[in-house]
Write a protein that binds this ligand. Structure first.
Ligand SMILES: Cc1cc2nc3c(=O)[nH]c(=O)nc-3n(C[C@H](O)[C@H](O)[C@H](O)COP(=O)(O)OP(=O)(O)OC[C@H]3O[C@@H](n4cnc5c(N)ncnc54)[C@H](O)[C@@H]3O)c2cc1C
Length: 375
């Protein structure tokens, strides 16, 4: 890694989740020098349902990585079963896969390294000031603080900053060594209850991914994530699940956020750092990776010559490619906070499952235009 006094990076990326690592890969393939930073050691666990929808798969395909999930042992997900109280509705899914983030994120980073990206794990980074034609990035690692310089900085650090919505939930997740007995062969299971919802799906190597979004009061009342999740399963009619009680659960900060800015002088944000909307069947990573694809041409031009209108351009492109696709998830997140609406939704879909088809199609449709990136 070069210091502030040494050579300058074309692009420094803070955060190596799907938005950061795919951005790094695309930009390195475009011939830029790219430094990818993450505060964690990899592979690392990440709270997530691990579902990749058609839009995620389209983003991977446009980078020549269509086969990556299957190569890593991802499981095809052909249906989602939504449960509320005693009712359940089953919907068909197309092109959905499930894979743990432990596996997926590390594989994307390795692909990026193969494309020429320099990866620095265990480096906590903060964007610094402008100096000449660069932005400084302050780094903290085991060997102490340091500073690097880059023509463009990409903020891809996930859920971190921004205004938190009033009724925002907390995320929680775990990976079980095997599929718990009562949940066998359910495909993607989504259990909605008073206090939140929990999703479960089989991932690679026979493991089972559980991810939940919980109301803060509900979690406080139950004392632990495991107790809160057990309650959601109980509300749906399941007996006590021993693996849920014994699991190593991780939590996230409050989820629903909207940052003040998504771009500024010589920096752009991508992925969850542009705002978080609760995903349902694999939208979060799709928006993260399609954001990376949509941002790449703007970054490529900005490295050659910084122009302030790039800020407005990214806001416009982001609105068109990402925000416009998020409305069903925003709406569903609100609906699922009301028991009577949740019951109505599951009951309605049970009778007319075809009603969900256009919405699922909308969410799975490729959002970025890969033609704009010469990969
Ligand atoms: C409960 C739950 C279930 C979900 N289920 C799904 C699902 O099934 N499918 C789906 O597609 N999406 C799902 N999501 C959403 C998905 O996890 C996110 O949308 C996605 O991870 C966003 O990717 P990202 O690259 O923007 O950020 P992240 O994946 O959060 O990556 C950010 C990275 O930045 C690093 N970082 C943070 N701060 C710093 C710093 N200062 N310096 C250096 N590094 C830093 C972190 O260590 C992390 O590796 C779920 C989310 C939750 C909470």
């Amino acid at each position: 890694m070069s210091s502030a006094a040494g050579p300058v990076w074309d692009v420094a990326i803070i955060g190596a989740g799907p938005s950061g690592s795919l951005s790094s890969l695309i930009l390195a393939r475009l011939g830029l020098s790219v430094l990818l930073l993450d505060q964690s050691e990899f592979p690392r666990r990440k709270v997530c349902g691990g579902c990749l929808n058609g839009n995620s798969m389209a983003a991977l395909k446009s980078c020549g990585l269509a086969e990556l999930p299957a190569r890593l042992g991802a499981q095809p997900v052909k249906r989602v079963r939504m449960m509320y109280g005693g009712q359940s509705a089953e919907l068909s899914l197309q092109e959905n896969w499930s894979l743990s983030r432990f596996c997926f994120d590390w594989a994307l980073i390795q692909e990026a390294q193969a494309a020429g990206v320099t990866f620095a794990p265990s480096h906590r980074a903060t964007m610094g000031d402008i100096k000449g034609s660069c932005r400084q990035v302050e780094l903290h690692s085991r060997s102490g603080p340091s500073t690097i310089a880059a023509r463009i900085v990409i903020i891809a650090h996930g859920l971190k900053q921004g205004t938190i919505a009033k009724n925002s939930r907390l995320g929680a997740g775990t990976i079980l060594a095997q599929v718990p007995q009562p949940l066998r062969d359910e495909g993607l299971l989504m259990v909605i209850g008073r206090g939140g919802y929990v999703g479960g799906v089989r991932v690679e190597k026979g493991q089972y991914d559980l991810a939940a979004a919980l109301d803060v009061d509900f979690l406080k009342r139950h004392g632990t994530i495991a107790n809160a999740v057990q309650d959601l399963f109980r509300q749906a009619g399941f007996a006590e699940i021993a693996d849920v009680a014994a699991a190593d659960w991780r939590g996230t900060p409050l989820l629903t956020r909207q940052p003040q800015q998504i771009a500024g002088e010589r920096w752009f944000a991508v992925g969850d750092a542009t705002g978080y909307v609760e995903p349902f069947t694999g939208e979060g990573m799709a928006w993260a990776m399609n954001g990376a694809l949509a941002l790449a041409p703007i970054v490529e031009r900005s490295v050659v010559q910084w122009q302030p209108q790039a800020i407005r351009e990214w806001k416009h492109v982001h609105q068109r490619t990402i925000v416009r696709q998020q409305w069903p998830c925003r709406l569903l997140a609100q609906v699922l906070r009301w028991p009577w609406l949740s019951r109505g939704l599951v009951g309605g879909l049970r009778m007319f499952p075809g009603l969900a088809r256009p919405v699922l199609r909308h969410l799975s449709r490729s959002s970025a235009n890969p033609q704009r990136v010469k990969l």
